[in-house]
Design a protein around this ligand. Sequence first.
Ligand code: ATP
Ligand code: MG
Ligand code: MG
Ligand code: MG
Length: 459
Amino acid sequence: LVWPKTGRYTGPNPKRERVPMRLSRYFLPVLKETPAEAQIVSHRYMLRAGMIKQASAGIYSWLPLGFKVLKNIERIVHEEQQRAGHIPMLMPTLQSADLWRESGRYDDYGQEMLRIKDRHDRDMLYGPTNEELITDIFRSYVKSYRDLPLTLYHIQWKFRDEIRPRFGIMRGREFLMKDGYNFDLTKEDALHAYNRHLVSYLRSYERMGLQAIPMRADGGPIGGDYTHEFLVLAETGESEVFYDSEITDLTFGDREIDYDNHAECQAVLEEFTSRYARTDETHDAAIFNEIPEDRRRSARGIEVGQIFYFGTKYSEPMGATVQGPDGSQAPVHMGSHGIGVSRLLGAIIEASHDDKGIIWPEGVTPFHAGIVNLRQGDAACDAACEGLEKALIAKGLDPLYDDRDERAGAKFATMDLIGLPWRITVGPRGLDKGVVELTSRRTGKSEEMTAEAAVERLV
Ligand code: ATP
Ligand code: MG
Ligand code: MG
Ligand code: MG
């Protein structure tokens, strides 16, 4: 940012957007030892790769590498929500208890809610979710059906005082969630909003390199069929799930969708819920057993999101009504839709790693490529690495240049651990032949080629 003498803000400096990142000046506190407290692989690798540090039980600092991935996940979520027509905003973490008394949840929520008193002895709480706050915003401004449909969302920290915070950020007490809320005149419109969320979630998870299966979930005390959880299959998942193996063949891919078209969105919902897929809460053995035996699967999954239509559960007690076309007042139909933004880091690592470390999908990787200089201080090697760095940045990519004076083995081990999709290795012997080595993290395959060809190859 440039603040000239006039004091006028001249706008963002585009050159600032991609700053070359050198490992010698970065903060990447990798651990050689496997931390004893980590029971699952994602937690182990996040600690070892210097991504997070526990501050207290279930509460984490996001170190630079982890923070970068978190921001990438957030960016995908923002893009896909806005593509679906949902509007970003930001609500506070601390809320007044009064709103929760109006909805009746202040007493019901129980010990997961962190309750705080301010200096005036007023009851406050650290928001575990935001239905009350958003309904209050809505009722303060929106009075007519003409202002509908409306879906507002934010990505904000939540606090739930989980009995057993564990697996690192997978079940934290403080965690980052995207939560969106739709307001519609009719149930039919609200179900369209539900479908829009389903589609946008499928797209979001796929962009993160994940398969997350919508599974019929339990509507809780409100009941109803209108809730699905999105589950990533993983042995370490906390949910027990049952599904027809055919469901895993479905992908959304890069098909176009018109989010305003009810029938199109409904068709996606029908397609992705056409096979049996349920969590243990809604599992029905009789229906499950009708599936051919070779397709019946019981497994474990990680809940990375949930969509929910709940009608007038909050709008009625809180008086969020609008005037309809016929002049009558009616409470709006609402739903809420959440994505576990911070939990997704864990889910992605559970789904994509090997015994050397993380393997980031391109969509969320903290850096696109690592540049490894095998002979730091050698004029030709240094120049080649710097040239690669410049060329990758010019291409709009984010390289991480390991310019430390370290053994090749140590540099490779770090790159493998932090899981960048590509490694470009530069050494004196290759340079004599005019080549560098390009290695894919996923396949482990290496190829020699000119530096230009390597840059060309990276997307
Ligand atoms: P869980 O069943 O895992 O406790 P939930 O059903 O209580 O999750 P929701 O209220 O549906 O959670 O919240 C939306 C999303 O937020 C969840 O799908 C999950 O991905 C994420 N989430 C919920 N609790 C946590 C937590 N303690 N730590 C990290 N992410 C969480
Ligand atoms: Mg929970
Ligand atoms: Mg749940
Ligand atoms: Mg849930």
